[in-house]
Design a binder for this molecule. Structure first.
Ligand code: ADP
Length: 722
């Protein structure tokens, strides 16, 4: 209770300090209604709401009663390390170091995590709560400044459950909130669910990309990663081996039978995840493909069945996963930021490797907060380093104390994030062009994604899933007496999420962004970008009053190491070119013919009739795999398959990746020749034409096999060596 009163004390202080600014906001007439919420200081309304929730949620049913949108929202190399973790001199953790030096290193790690990573670029609210202090630096300077500077306007009317964290962020920035919308355009629109939450936006920036929800459904994510695995098997081995159901049930069955026949000691486990499920709903474990039939009967639903990672890293004997927040700031040019702080969600029953007996123990195998919160063992903690939900930095600190090289862990995670986004970008560009074709007025987009990552016992990060709508709630439900629940502030959530939203907003500040687009194309850190942009004294002192950004740019910063992976993006650029700008996502037979003709792919041995047959064959098969798709024609994934086929046909003797790169050269060369004679097309700030660099440089023709021809090895097996 102490902590709660400290929290309200802090709220009170902030409220007083904010009053001057808030009263100005209240006087503003641009709100859609005079009864606008902004006439009440937002902090006060939050506090009031919390009070209200204390008395009004009594007897509410558990979280299963959440609305659909709400549920959806919830669902829905050492080199890389230098910026995200402490410098080597501070905490270098070599295996075999003496205990004394280890302890010294841990202190260094702790200091740095507190000062840099743990604070996540904003005041550590956990620390504040325990120390009872409010030390938001330079607050008063900031208030004066906000009066002079035209505040950035944010429409929060569709923010849903991210509203409280968003309000706090806007207040910290001294920006202006429009809680029920505004007649004229806002600079930024914050949507709780999807790009389409508000269909009437023609300018500004919106925090969702069209198609992100669709792309991140389990089947589509698996497909996108698999395409990359076919081209770069080693680079994409961070995603567990997966099969798409029902279409690949036979393949799954056969492959596992072969595997077991070859090695009778092998006891793999698989996790079945419904395609559109979230929060652990509908997930179960099986030990044999036959179990799937036994459980789902003859009608196997759309799902992904995936190799279950049997040896996760444990802390206090518990399995945990990591939720990291990633900002895709733009698709073109591709810009990715990672939050220096994340969350670790713990299971509530000690972990044991899967056995027939424990397969159904969800509190042992699934780390979802939404499930474990209902276990009697769930620990809500005011500290960020204990309890069932902790900061990621506190976990890093724990494992650093055991001598683990956390620098390597971070750099592997950064690589995983960049590679995953690279896998998603091609199709996102197709969605983007369909919704906001070049020349049509529309907003530009950015999005915060929630990456769920598991650390294996050998510390290798594994991608579990990516959430298009990670929960940004900063309260949690607590049972105060039997059957009585209420929302109470969650310090660990506030610590992490407010920083992520606030710094996302800072990066999307229209003034900052304008400068960034023109001056920062070649990479560089966000801090540098902001420092350069703040020409006026006013802006400089506002920036001074804010903590260091908790979001760190990782792309294009590390583009040299990853640009060679952007092969499918080049195929997508060709697809988009022939798709045109009619708002469609599928290529018709004429478009496909024109592609083969313009790229000079048909000849005496591959006639136009063969082109048509190829189109029909592939399109028909994909139509069967995507039963809910309304539009007829060839989708991007089908086009990629056709492209791989054409590449394999033309360049028989080399591995798939080289075949594809060679065919890309042929196509891009032919199209470039033609475009010299064409008029330039209108460009938008986020055009859909690929800027993926031409990466072909006669790669060593190492023997790589097409994924389906590869002998299968499960990481569960590989992991037993560690
Ligand atoms: P959901 O969207 O329903 O949360 P996830 O893919 O995140 O689905 O899976 C739910 C939980 O199951 C994860 O948080 C993790 O604890 C566990 N899990 C998922 N995939 C695997 C896997 N391949 N190996 C081990 N555990 C997994």
């Amino acid at each position: 209770m102490n902590t709660m009163s400290d929290h309200y004390e802090r709220v009170k202080i902030e409220l007083q300090q904010m009053k001057a600014v808030e009263s100005e906001a209240a006087a503003d007439e641009e709100q859609l209604s005079p009864a606008s919420v902004s006439s009440v200081p937002a902090e006060a309304s939050f506090a009031a709401r919390r009070d209200l929730s204390r008395s009004s949620i009594n007897g509410r049913s558990r979280s299963k009663s959440r609305s659909k949108a709400d549920g959806h929202e919830r669902q829905v190399n050492g080199k890389l390390m230098s910026d995200l973790t402490p410098q080597k001199s501070d905490y270098s953790q070599e295996k075999g170091q003496s205990r004394a030096s280890n302890e010294q290193n841990i202190k260094g790690t702790l200091r740095l995590l507190k000062g840099k990573t743990a604070a996540n670029g904003h005041v550590d609210s956990c620390q504040r709560q325990t120390e009872g202090k409010c030390d938001y630096r330079g607050k008063e300077d900031g208030s004066k400044l906000a009066k002079k500077r035209r505040a950035v306007t944010v429409d929060t009317s569709k923010a849903k459950t991210s509203l409280e964290a968003l309000k706090m962020s806007i207040r910290q920035l001294k920006w202006k909130e429009f809680p029920i919308g505004r007649r004229t355009a806002c600079d930024i629109y914050w949507h709780g669910v999807s790009f389409h939450d508000n269909e009437n936006i023609v300018s500004g920036q919106v925090n969702k990309f069209p198609g992100m929800i669709e792309m991140l459904r389990k089947i589509n994510l698996s497909r996108a990663v698999r395409t990359m695995q076919e081209l770069f098997p080693e680079e994409y081995n961070f995603y567990p081996r997966s099969w798409i159901l029902p279409e690949e049930y036979q393949l799954f069955s056969t492959q596992i039978r072969l595997l077991k026949d070859n090695d009778s000691t092998l006891k793999p486990t698989f996790i079945v995840k419904p395609d559109s499920g979230s929060q652990g709903d509908g997930i179960y474990l099986i030990r044999d493909p036959a179990d799937l039939r036994a459980i789902s009967g003859s009608q196997i639903k759309q799902a992904v069945v995936q190799e279950y990672i049997q040896k996760p890293l444990l802390i206090d004997k518990l399995k945990f996963d990591i939720r990291l927040y990633v900002l895709v700031r733009s698709l073109e040019p591709l810009e990715i930021y990672i939050a220096k702080e994340g969350l670790s969600r713990f299971c509530t029953e000690p972990y044991q490797e899967p056995s027939q007996k424990n397969l159904s123990h969800v509190f042992m195998h699934l780390t979802n907060y939404s499930l474990n919160v209902h276990s009697g063992n769930f620990v809500h903690s005011d500290s960020c380093s204990t309890g069932s939900k902790r900061t990621f930095s506190s976990v890093l600190y724990r494992i650093a104390s055991k001598g683990v090289d956390i620098k390597k862990v971070w750099s592997d995670i950064i690589a995983l994030v960049i590679k995953t986004v690279i896998a998603l970008v091609p199709e996102l560009k197709v969605y983007y062009q369909a919704d906001i074709p070049p020349g049509k007025p529309g907003p530009t987009c950015f999005q915060i994604l929630g990456f769920d990552i598991l650390l294996m016992k050998n510390l290798k990060p594994v991608l579990l899933e990516v959430n298009a709508n990670p929960s940004m709630r900063i309260e949690h439900e607590q049972e105060v007496s039997p059957g009585v629940y209420e929302y109470v502030p969650s310090p660990v959530d506030e610590e992490v999420k407010v920083g992520v939203i606030r710094d996302t907003l800072r990066l999307m500040d229209p003034a900052q962004r304008k400068h960034h687009v023109t001056s920062n194309m070649g990479g560089g850190s966000p801090e540098e970008a902001i420092a350069v942009e703040t020409g006026s004294d006013e802006k400089e002192s506002l920036m001074d009053s804010l903590p260091t950004l908790c979001l760190k740019q990782v792309f294009p910063k590390y583009n040299k190491q990853f640009n060679n992976l952007r092969v499918v993006e080049r195929i997508a650029a060709i697809f988009l070119r022939f798709l045109g700008v009619k708002g469609t996502m599928k290529l018709g037979p004429t478009g496909f013919r024109t592609f083969t003709r313009n790229c000079k792919l048909s000849n005496s041995s591959f006639s136009m009739a063969s082109v048509d047959i190829l189109y029909i064959d592939i399109t028909r098969r994909w139509a069967g795999m995507l039963p809910d798709s309304r539009e007829a024609g060839m989708c991007l994934q089908a086009f990629i398959e056709a492209f791989f086929y054409l590449a394999a046909r033309r360049f028989k003797a080399v591995p798939l990746r080289d075949q594809v790169l060679l065919l890309l050269e042929v196509c891009e060369g032919a199209l470039e020749g033609q475009s010299h004679s064409e008029k330039p097309r209108p460009r938008r700030s986020q055009p859909t034409q690929s800027s993926a660099p031409n990466t072909f440089s006669s790669p060593a023709l190492t023997r790589r096999h097409h994924l389906r021809q590869q002998p299968m090895q499960l990481s569960a097996k590989a992991n037993t060596e560690n």
